[in-house]
Design a protein around this ligand. Structure first.
Ligand code: 5RP
Length: 260
């Protein structure tokens, strides 16, 4: 446990040291436990941040900014046409092309809003999170879904091949407490966790329909993200495409120790 915290902290310090701009106006702050170390590293990096506006990606993130004595600015209060200089966020899994799975902490939609408005997106992930292909150790794609549409969305996901190797399909995420029911996001939406067999394999007949002939029977991250996003009722998909994707995020880093 202590090792894991040390790895998160090392990743955060490396990311801030290598990427925090000299004189930023707006900085995005993601959600999760690693981002706590990022905020700590920003506070300790020696740059005067008193005039920087920190853009939160949800309730937890805003509290983190305020408790650190930094100045929060809501996404919808940003001046028109102004980009966020840089956004830092964690991830649940990252592949070698810097595609990420996010949403393990149920913050998703606002994370994507902030990431897509940033000139640079820095994914801060320790060595446990880096895999050659996504959906390796983190077995599901988190999806933020309007509650009334959730059952229909899950049916469509099954049609896209969402099934674990042991036959488990998509599920609405529940709280840890007994009978707590579905958890709600900052938007009051549900999170559906959709398993996809590694490496994002889907049924052959569907592959032909959706991907066309000769595509090899597996999803590329961008294609899967788009197919899920196209389902009515889906607000955001927990797949962030790397620097070459259509939703191009301009940079990324995997901080900390690499896997051996
Ligand atoms: C929240 C997220 C987090 O960034 C992701 O879950 C990583 O969290 P942690 O740093 O605690 O491992 O996407 O929805």
């Amino acid at each position: 446990m202590a090792d894991i915290e040390a790895a998160k902290q090392a990743a955060a310090i490396e990311a801030v040291r290598n990427h925090f701009p000299e004189n930023p106006r707006f900085v995005g702050i993601g959600s999760g436990t690693t981002i706590v170390y990022v905020v700590e590293a920003i506070k300790n990096c020696g740059v005067d941040v008193s005039r920087v506006g920190f853009v939160p990606t949800g309730y937890q993130s805003k509290q983190l900014i305020i408790n650190a004595g930094l100045v929060p600015i809501e996404f919808d209060a940003l001046p028109d046409d102004v980009m966020i200089d840089i956004a830092f966020d964690g991830a649940d899994e990252v592949d070698e092309e810097l595609n990420c799975i996010k949403g393990g902490g149920a913050c998703l939609y606002q994370e994507k809003l902030v990431a897509m408005r940033a000139k640079q997106f820095i994914c801060v992930a320790d060595h446990r999170k880096l895999q050659r292909r996504l959906v390796t150790k983190w077995p599901t794609v988190p999806i933020e879904v309007e509650p009334k549409a959730a059952r229909q969305v899950m049916q469509r996901l099954r049609m896209l091949g969402s099934r674990s190797p042991t036959g488990i399909g998509p599920r609405i995420r529940e709280g840890h407490m007994a009978k707590a029911g579905p958890i709600k996001t900052d938007q009051d939406f549900f999170i559906v966790d959709a398993p996809f067999p590694h490496p994002l394999l889907i049924a052959d007949d569907l592959t032909e329909d959706i991907l066309g002939d000769g595509e090899g029977g597996h999803w590329e991250v961008e294609q899967l993200a788009k197919a899920i996003k196209d389902i009515n009722g889906v607000l955001a998909v927990g797949l962030f495409c790397g620097p070459t994707g259509p939703e191009a995020l301009t940079a990324g880093v995997v901080g900390g120790q690499r896997p051996v």
